[in-house]
Design a protein around this ligand. Structure first.
Ligand SMILES: [Zn+2]
Length: 476
């Protein structure tokens, strides 16, 4: 029982506390804690084993010591059912956390977090490795933040926190990271390969938006162009089919420059879309309803990108795609080095990169101003407080909700609001207003759950918007 005093058993995380009372789920939680504690204990044994051997070889030739260390890792791998490399990565991450994030390590030993999140924290806090003062702060915060978080949420939280702790450190790390630009080709069986491109986030976001906009536009008529680029043919794009309007809303902003008919998709621009009519839950896996081209959006994106890279051809009509980021005004004027952040709060853009984009004469910028107010009741009228007529939110309100919510508002979900539905919390049919306070972003999966009454009601507080000026960019 000594162990139980040193490492007290954790409660069900706050976000899942409404599940308390269900016998099966409570039993499941206890099993999860047991498994986490057992994993943590085994890792501790492996570290002790490795440490003991390291001490035993003190004074030996460094090559001998390294080989000895590798053998200790291999022993761990044999028992864990992992390759030597995987076991080494696990043990190194664990050793780093035990040494630099001792409180978080204890949370792990208690069984409150899984090994995946321990490794995530180790990888993401690595830029702070020489800053014991900052590690101490983040260690204290992690013990409250990490339990119950998904690995993606934990990662997003840490990468946002680092520039808050020391923006210069972040900028230096970001500048150094640019040296890691690379392309990797991995060839698998079954005649398929993986192409990995490591480039600055701001460039990757532009490509992501552009290829997505193009793929979504492909189930509709393309510009009648007698000089059809080969990329179209290579990607199997239908060129002479007109699609009927599927949604009673304006043109898809991401499809500007292509044609006027909105594509059928899972975009927040189409709110209150009835999920049961669709055959897929995951954005990107949705199948467009075209009778001829039945590829998923993901498949189309892959075909398009491959065609573009192979022959360098693109649409003859420019494809516009929006990148939405939030940036403090002082960063734009050069008074601050605080970075920008994408609306989904998952990527940080260094100040230098965002200033470069903001002054790019090729890009079209749309600016929104946002601010947080201490007392929301005394807030001026703004986009989010206006009640609009009709069921569908105008672009301004849609954008404002996307900026405010960032991601799907179901707890634990990290699907960007931009790729989610806009849902009336109180349904429009039951006199729910079309206004910021009643609209929220829900991904297709969670929208469907909510429609069936299976999503817990939202908290009474509206999501917090960040104190920031917002850049809204259309990349040409
Ligand atoms: Zn969701």
């Amino acid at each position: 029982m000594k162990n139980d005093q040193q490492f007290p058993r954790p409660e069900i995380p706050e976000r899942a506390s409404y599940l308390i009372g269900d016998e099966e789920l409570e039993a499941a939680w206890e099993s999860i804690v047991d498994a986490n504690r057992a994993t943590a204990a085994s890792i501790e044994h492996f570290l002790t084993h490795r440490g003991t051997r390291w001490k035993e070889t003190m004074g030996e030739n460094p090559h001998v010591r390294a080989a000895n260390n590798r053998q200790a890792n291999r022993h761990a791998g044999l028992l864990l059912g992992m390759s030597d490399q995987q076991a080494t990565a696990v043990l190194n991450a664990a050793e780093y956390v035990r040494e630099h994030l001792p409180k978080f390590w204890k949370t792990f030993r208690c069984g409150a977090i899984a090994l995946t999140n321990l490794r995530k924290a180790a990888v993401e806090t690595l830029p702070l490795i020489h800053r014991d003062d900052l590690l101490e702060i983040i260690d204290e915060e992690l013990i409250d933040i990490a339990p119950g978080k998904t690995p993606t949420e934990l990662r997003s939280w840490i990468i946002r926190r680092i520039p808050e702790l020391d923006v210069e450190l972040f900028n230096e790390a970001a500048e150094g990271a640019k040296d890691r630009r690379s392309v990797t080709f991995t060839h698998f069986g079954e005649g398929m390969s993986l192409v990995e491109l490591t480039i600055p986030t701001i460039e990757a976001k532009a490509i992501e938006k552009k290829v997505n906009a193009a793929a979504r536009g492909m189930n509709r008529a393309q510009p009648r162009d007698t000089d059809q680029p080969p990329a179209f043919a290579a990607a199997g794009v239908p060129t002479d089919r007109l699609r009927p309007h599927q949604v009673a809303e304006g043109p898809h902003p991401a499809a500007v420059g292509m044609d006027e008919n909105p594509p059928v998709d899972h975009d927040a621009r189409y709110q209150d879309h009835h999920a049961h009519d669709q055959d897929s839950e995951c954005p990107g896996n949705e199948r467009a309803t075209d009778a001829v081209d039945d590829r998923t959006i993901r498949q189309r994106e892959a075909d398009l990108l491959s065609a573009w890279l192979r022959d360098g051809h693109c649409y003859s009509t420019p494809i516009s795609a929006k990148i939405c980021v939030m940036v403090p005004e002082e960063t734009l004027t050069g008074e601050s080095e605080e970075p920008a952040i994408t609306t989904d709060r998952a990527s940080i853009i260094p100040a230098a990169d965002i200033r470069k984009m903001a002054t790019d004469p090729e890009a079209d910028h749309e600016w929104y101003t946002a601010a947080t107010r201490k007392n929301q009741r005394r807030a001026d009228r703004d986009i989010l407080t206006v009640i609009y007529n009709g069921r569908f939110a105008p672009d301004r309100l849609r954008d404002a909700v996307i900026f405010r919510d960032g991601i799907c508002q179901a707890t634990g979900c990290t699907i960007p609001a931009e790729r989610s539905d806009l849902d009336h919390q109180i349904p429009y049919e039951r006199a729910g207003p079309t206004s910021g306070s009643n609209l929220w972003a829900l991904c297709r999966r969670h929208h469907r759950l909510k429609s069936h009454g299976y999503l817990p009601p939202p908290s009474s507080d509206p999501p917090q918007s960040d104190t920031a000026k917002e850049t809204h960019r259309k990349a040409a």
